[in-house]
Design a protein around this ligand. Structure first.
Ligand code: GDP
Length: 283
């Protein structure tokens, strides 16, 4: 069970975004490319109505390229929406993003015309602050911040026709769907105190055994995957020396190690969610 630790903040966050939106021409919704469904909050679609929106599939360096391309095709079919995969730290990515933004809102964002007013929004830890700083070319948003509610909205003139909200629109993760909540936990989007590390690791191993069995085998040097996901985790623990006295596997430590390696991309480029109708299994 994953604990929902946002309820107190939700109403205020929603009000702040709703209040800022009339002065915004373009919403940049930052999603995690590995889990574009669970890292979204549908409240934004409700609040934005038909305002142009770019879905940034961030952390593309950690996601499966083929699946990310499917997601771009999927989102591009939506009204007034474009999707772009990127790495928030890369200046090149930010430039491509702004170019797409100018294309989506004609008549704004070019020197001499009206500025393009942009808000970056998303759940905690998807990379909003990193992206804001890259777009601004300097540090204006705090990276790695704990989930918090921003108190004032200021716009920063990027001097290239873009006016950027210096604080992100903070959405909260939706945790009512168990599979989605597990994906968020596995990706590192929610705090460790909110979930049981071993159960998240075992469930994630079950998913990877179906969609990326070879990556799991290669990373942990397993000629075959043991029968159950719990047994896979035990084997990972044994091979990596996560043992308690007596030689038993310390499942909690093994789970921590597995999830850390997954988040760092050491197992490989892995997508946890695919658009509807995409066949699973690409390795
Ligand atoms: P925010 O809470 O949405 O503002 O997220 P942050 O910008 O603070 O980023 C959360 C974490 O994700 C930080 O450790 C960033 O370094 C990391 N991060 C952000 N963008 C990327 C990316 O494109 N790739 C990878 N691998 N890590 C990223």
């Amino acid at each position: 069970m994953i604990i929902d630790w946002y309820p107190g903040h939700m109403k205020k966050a929603k009000e702040q975004i709703a209040e800022a939106l009339p002065k915004i021409d373009l919403i940049i919704e930052v999603l995690d490319a590995r889990l574009p469904v669970s890292s979204a909050n549908p409240i934004l679609a409700y609040l934005r109505r038909d305002k142009p929106c770019i879905k940034v599939l961030n952390k593309q360096d950690l996601a499966d390229d083929a699946v990310t391309r499917e997601w771009v095709r999927y989102f591009d079919r939506q009204q007034n929406v474009s999707a772009i995969p990127l790495e928030a730290k890369e200046r090149r990515s930010a430039n491509a993003l702004l170019k797409l933004g100018r294309k989506m809102v004609p008549g704004r964002g070019i020197r001499g015309l009206k500025p393009l007013r942009v808000m970056v929004a998303g759940i905690p830890n998807v990379g909003k602050s990193t992206l804001i700083n890259t777009m601004a070319g300097k540090k204006i948003a705090r990276v790695g911040d704990k989930p918090a509610i921003t108190t004032c909205h200021q716009q920063v003139d990027l001097r290239n026709g873009i006016l950027l909200n210096d604080t992100p629109g903070l959405l909260w993760p939706k945790l009512d769907d168990q599979a989605g909540a597990r994906h968020l936990a596995a990706s590192g989007a929610i705090g460790e105190n909110a979930y049981d590390t071993s159960s998240v690791a075992v469930a994630t191993i079950a998913e990877l055994s179906a969609s990326y069995p070879n990556l799991l085998k290669q990373r942990y040097k397993l000629p075959e995957l043991p029968e159950t996901s719990q047994m896979v985790l035990e084997e990972i623990g044994r091979r990596r020396g996560c043992l308690v006295s007596g030689g038993e596997v310390d499942l909690h430590r093994a789970a921590e190690l597995f999830l850390r390696e997954l988040r760092d991309g050491k197992i490989g480029r892995i997508s946890l969610e695919r658009p509807p109708m995409t066949p699973s299994g690409t390795d």
